[in-house]
Ligand binder design. Structure first.
Ligand code: LRH
Ligand code: MN
Length: 424
């Protein structure tokens, strides 16, 4: 479903006076407001193809209705998000959940919606119908060479699909590990996994990147073979210059200092990208910025400082992707909130007075340093984010317009109540 342009214009008309007032008030003392609005307008976040339906847990899943029944309908839904916030111009596919039957047709459909294909995701954490060998005891770590071979073959297929769609990267998340002491030889598991990843790495097209995603636990609950940033960095370093680490915010042990991890991975030139979400306990996959917004700000503070230190392009040099699951919210409203939270936090990080912070750090002026950071974090930058949307043809209040246009109701009418989207 597409929104007619005039409906977005009408919506913006009703909100424009209030927006102009707030924008003028905020930018009055913001010398580089224009630079920030431009950066926000250019910033695109990739939407996961596996998070356009209602998610669930092992206990239950409460379907919301009107969910996309095909990859085509998923691209339409992301097209609608992109119409509303002009910052969702990419999709990250998960194979085999979203195998494009006709790559060229899917690529053309996505282009119609202004959507490009971000990282492809392989899946050797489930056994597919008709699959010869099981991944019950792992895939690339597996003691049986034939199982490892099967996992490598799958990743080569995923790269082929990606090449046909114009993607430029592959994310490998391995659920491999063990549930009990003694079950696994950690060194052999590492060596087997590295050897398998090297076979995939060797097949990467010249311009592609490989993202090695780490995770502390689940579905294995004693060890994970790519269990933390150090292990992921070890793999990425041994693999070569096209391999990087991928930071999923929910994949850390409690109280991990993720912003420090990000700073060091950037320093090493081995940070590939993010799976943004939020969590209070485990890999909860909640809305970005809904639980720990200050941690997200501290991460973006390190990102801006670290990327500028390396002369990196904020828009293109890292993979900005969401990885969330919507158990109780409308999936599209949840994704609109997540993209908004990412842009708000990026804007706040761009507000940090870097020179003043460096001088405070140089003088061990701890209080001053905190004041500089929290001054940015406590600045309501929403008018800047809204202005970027307005200038790029989006809606001043995406969720309000989504509701005013009864988008979910219309999708339920079109697709029915009981439709189930592939994914988690
Ligand atoms: C694993 C993970 C990974 C995806 C999956 C959907 O927890 O974060 O990125 O493959 O979720
Ligand atoms: Mn993830």
């Amino acid at each position: 479903m597409q929104l007619e342009k005039y409906k977005i214009d009408q919506h913006n008309e009703t909100l424009s006076a209030a927006h102009k007032r707030k924008f003028a008030a905020l930018t009055a003392d913001l010398p580089h407001a224009e630079t920030i609005v431009k950066k926000l307008a250019d910033f695109q976040v990739a939407i996961p193809s596996w998070a356009l339906g209602t998610g669930g847990t092992r206990f239950a899943r409460f379907a919301g209705g009107g969910e996309p029944r095909s990859l085509e309908e998923k691209i339409e839904d992301i097209g609608l998000l992109h119409q509303l916030n002009r910052s969702s111009g990419a999709i990250s596919l998960h194979i085999p959940w979203d195998i494009p039957k006709n790559g060229a047709a899917i690529k053309a459909l996505a282009a119609q919606h202004g959507i490009r294909f971000d990282a492809m995701n392989s899946n050797t954490f489930q056994d597919q119908p008709g699959q010869k060998l099981s991944y019950k005891f792992g895939s690339m770590q597996h003691v049986d060479k034939a199982v490892r071979r099967q996992a490598v073959e799958h990743n080569l297929e995923v790269i082929e699909h990606g090449v046909a769609l114009g993607s430029q990267s592959l994310t490998v998340w391995l659920s491999d590990g063990s549930c009990f002491p003694g079950q696994l030889n950690f060194r052999k598991a590492f060596q087997n996994t590295l050897e398998s990843l090297q076979e995939v790495y060797a097949a990467l097209p010249a311009t592609w990147k490989m993202f090695v995603e780490y995770k502390a636990f689940e579905p294995n609950f004693y060890s994970t073979t790519v269990g933390d940033w150090g292990q992921s960095l070890l793999y990425a370093t041994k693999l070569g210059p096209k391999a990087y680490t991928l930071v999923d915010l929910g994949h850390h042990l409690p109280n991990a200092n993720i912003e420090q991890i990000v700073a060091l991975l950037l320093m090493e030139g081995k940070l590939g990208g993010f799976h943004f979400n939020d969590s209070k306990y485990g890999d909860d996959d909640l809305t970005v910025g809904s639980i720990k917004p200050y941690q997200l700000f501290l991460i973006f503070n390190e990102l801006v400082e670290g990327m500028d230190a390396r002369g990196m392009d904020h828009t293109t040099d890292l993979g900005w992707m969401i990885d969330a699951s919507h158990n109780v919210k409308d999936p599209l409203e949840d994704l609109l909130q997540s993209v908004e939270a990412i842009l708000i936090t990026y804007a706040q990080a761009l507000l940090v007075d870097r020179a003043a912070l460096q001088s405070a750090q140089q003088n061990n002026d701890v209080v001053r340093a905190q004041e500089i950071l929290q001054n940015a974090f406590r600045t309501d930058v929403r008018p800047l984010v809204a202005e970027a949307r307005l200038r790029t043809g989006g809606a001043l209040d995406p969720i309000q317009l989504f509701r005013d246009q009864q988008v979910r109701e219309q999708l339920v009418k079109q697709r029915g109540l009981k439709t189930i989207a592939t994914g988690l």
